[in-house]
Design a binder for this molecule. Structure first.
Ligand SMILES: *Cc1c(COP(=O)(O)O)cnc(C)c1O
Length: 383
């Protein structure tokens, strides 16, 4: 089985070289646009490609406003600030995520609460969230959600669309609405994924994207905040040093951040975004082939949740147990086909091990079994 898996992956990418988990593909206007920024000297914090990248992303996702940032982690930090998260407050998130999700909470001086994921979406479970809140939280007279036995505020809920598969957003919107929590989506992995026809990252009050080198499209490094007009204006302000518009004077009216995406990176982003739909088409064909390959095996291929269209950023299988997982990892990596286990749960990292948490049965089960497979766009499959 493992032998034939390695052969299967090599057949897809038609190479005997090392096959990484996710490498970028530059098949469009990348060189042309980047060269334009060099020739114009506008490579840095000012330039037309930043605006264009933001407007193009608004058109693509349907978000009223998109604000580019220097990376996805910065976008998350800004998103939580927009949601009103303040020092000492609490933010509900999932333990099964990349560490940036939790770090952004810490940058706000807030603390995570870890709630279990659903096995079929790999995303935050609205049922587990509602259950935990009933046991541990209350709404005060102003409708603010607080921790029982005190008055610590639970401000926001930060689900993550794991490997591109949308979490149960209708459920999360409903539970968050009832408990007065601001819904912020970490859509770093799910650009182009649809939940009942709508783009992930646009169903809460704020959503964030990442354009790191290993994501579905890349700007080298970069990120985006998706939100409404009012919060978008505020996002632009605090990510550009909180400078008041003026022809030459330096007036800054609060603590601002230098979280701008350089124009040279935005140029790359514009070229990549032009190809996003064809990248997703190729990724979905590859995912379909993996699914067929694993049918009837001991490995369960992770498929998009019902009612969703996933970008299949990273393909994944669920192994029967830890022993089988370790065999898969050792065999494939030895053979030059990169595979990786899912992240260690955030609640197992020293930094976040003392944070509040609910029952994490599903996350613990998945932590021992999920393995990611090579998922780069196969250029021949682009349509
Ligand atoms: C990639 C990623 C981020 C953001 O990463 P950057 O490298 O800062 O762009 C955030 N959350 C998740 C879940 C990610 O996968």
């Amino acid at each position: 089985m493992l032998d034939s898996l390695v052969k299967f992956v090599r057949d897809q990418y038609r190479t005997n070289e090392f096959i990484p988990l996710h490498a970028p593909v530059f098949g469009g206007n990348e060189k042309r646009y980047v060269l334009e920024t060099v020739e114009s000297t506008f490579v840095s914090s000012v330039g037309a490609f930043v605006d264009r990248f933001e407007r193009d992303m608004e058109a693509y996702t349907g978000s009223p406003r998109a604000v580019a940032t220097v990376n996805g982690t910065a976008a998350l930090h800004v998103a939580l600030m927009l949601a009103g998260v303040k020092p000492g407050e609490l933010v509900v998130t999932q333990p099964l995520t990349f560490v940036a999700t939790c770090n952004a909470i810490a940058y706000c001086g807030a603390e995570p609460i870890f709630i279990d994921v659903d096995k079929h979406t790999l995303g935050l479970s609205p049922v587990a969230l509602d259950h935990w809140l009933h046991m541990h939280a209350y709404l005060d007279n102003d409708g603010v959600c607080k921790l029982m036995g005190g008055d610590r505020v639970l401000r926001a809920c930060l689900p993550m669309h794991t490997f591109g598969h949308p979490a149960d957003l209708n459920g999360l919107v409903e539970v968050c609405g009832r408990w007065g929590l601001a819904l912020v989506e970490d859509a770093a992995e799910s650009l182009g994924s649809l939940y009942k026809g709508r783009h992930t990252g646009t169903l809460g009050c704020v959503g964030t994207l990442s354009f790191n080198g290993n994501k579905t499209i890349t700007t080298g490094g970069g990120g985006m905040v998706l939100t409404n007009e009012a919060l978008g204006a505020r996002a632009k302000h605090i990510t550009t040093t909180a400078k008041k518009p003026h022809a030459y004077e330096y007036v800054h009216d609060e603590v601002g951040y230098n979280y701008r995406l350089p124009n040279i990176n935005a140029a790359l982003g514009c070229a990549q975004l032009e190809q996003l739909d064809s990248f997703i088409a190729a990724k979905r064909i590859l995912a379909g082939r993996y699914q067929t390959f694993f049918e009837g095996s001991q490995f369960q291929f992770v498929v998009e949740p019902a009612g969703c269209r996933s970008n299949y950023w990273l393909n994944a299988v669920v192994c029967e147990d830890l022993v089988q997982r370790d065999e898969l990892l050792a065999f494939s990596n030895q053979a030059g086909v990169m595979t990786r286990p899912i992240w260690k749960l955030m609640s197992h990292l020293p930094t976040y091990s003392s944070s509040l948490k609910g029952d994490l049965t599903n996350a613990l089960w998945l932590e021992e079994r999920v393995v990611n497979l090579p998922s780069s766009v196969v250029p021949e499959l682009q349509v």
